[in-house]
Design a binder for this molecule. Structure first.
Ligand code: ADP
Length: 247
């Protein structure tokens, strides 16, 4: 039997009559890397915003681990373990790389900064932060100012701060966007590494990335699901080819 961690049924979002997401039924299998792809305007970002409740669906249902979360607040969604990667702007540029991850860890525990500051458990937090930085190849940058990190490394830090929040389902928003080949390869490998024991749903444009790490791909076009399956399956689909050629 398939173990579905996240499911949407008939998920729909209309903006003043314009249907941005149309009757999307998505099934994300536990432990997989699942990619959401599609041409610009396909509805990928709107889908992510619906899943994290930044937007409220017009219709449809979202189930996480079998529980209906359609009416949950964004804070509840995060507490359930659905964590979306922070945008770089949410990383504090004037703190060290390590401090940024520590803040993620503190958010996860829900305890105040002062509590940890005043307690020797700060050491435990620092140790955990260093472990997470090692996972994303940022160990050597731990004490550097975040603002001085190159772009690709900042995106890796974003993944580390997301990991700090102990995601059961990690939502990655175009994790390789704007990167050169070397950074794309490094971030692809690290996503593969951190996916062990986790489920990842990612929006990604780079087909090399998608073909090399995604177990399942859902192709959206004009708000609807066009195709679903592994890369070999969806890349041969004539409707998918046409949707990409048409943009
Ligand atoms: P993608 O992420 O696949 O590029 P989006 O989800 O950003 O697509 O957008 C899907 C469609 O919904 C686009 O046509 C976009 O213009 C429209 N859209 C997105 N957000 C809004 C909004 N807040 N108000 C009106 N239209 C929107």
């Amino acid at each position: 039997m398939q173990d579905i961690i996240l499911e949407t049924q008939g998920l729909t979002k209309e903006f003043r009559g314009f249907v941005a997401v149309n009757d999307v039924s998505l099934r994300v299998q536990r432990g997989q890397i699942h990619a959401l792809i599609g041409p610009n305007g396909a509805g990928k970002t709107t889908c992510f915003n619906l899943l994290t409740k930044f937007l409220t669906p017009t219709r449809g249902k979202i189930t996480f681990n079998g529980l209906d979360i359609t009416r949950d607040s964004p804070a509840h969604i995060a507490r359930r373990g659905i964590i979306r990667s922070f945008q770089i702007s949410a990383v504090f540029p004037h703190l060290s790389v390590l401090e940024n991850v520590r803040i993620g860890l503190q958010r996860e525990t829900g305890l105040s900064f002062h509590f940890w500051q005043s307690d020797k458990r700060l050491n435990t937090l620092n140790e955990r932060a260093r472990e997470l930085l090692d996972q994303v190849d940022l160990g050597e940058f731990a004490d550097e100012m975040t603002a001085s990190l190159p772009y690709g490394r900042k995106r890796a830090l974003e993944i580390a701060t997301t990991l700090a929040m102990e995601p059961e389902l990690m939502l990655l928003d175009e994790p390789t966007q704007g990167m050169g080949h070397e950074d794309v390869d490094r971030v692809t490998q690290l996503i593969k590494r951190v996916s062990q024991g986790r489920t990842i749903l990612m929006v990604e444009h780079n087909m090399n990335v998608v073909s090399s790490i995604a177990d399942t791909i859902t192709v959206l076009a004009r708000g609807s699901v066009l195709a679903e399956g592994n890369y070999a399956h969806v890349s041969k689909n004539p409707a998918v080819m046409e949707a990409y050629m048409g943009t």
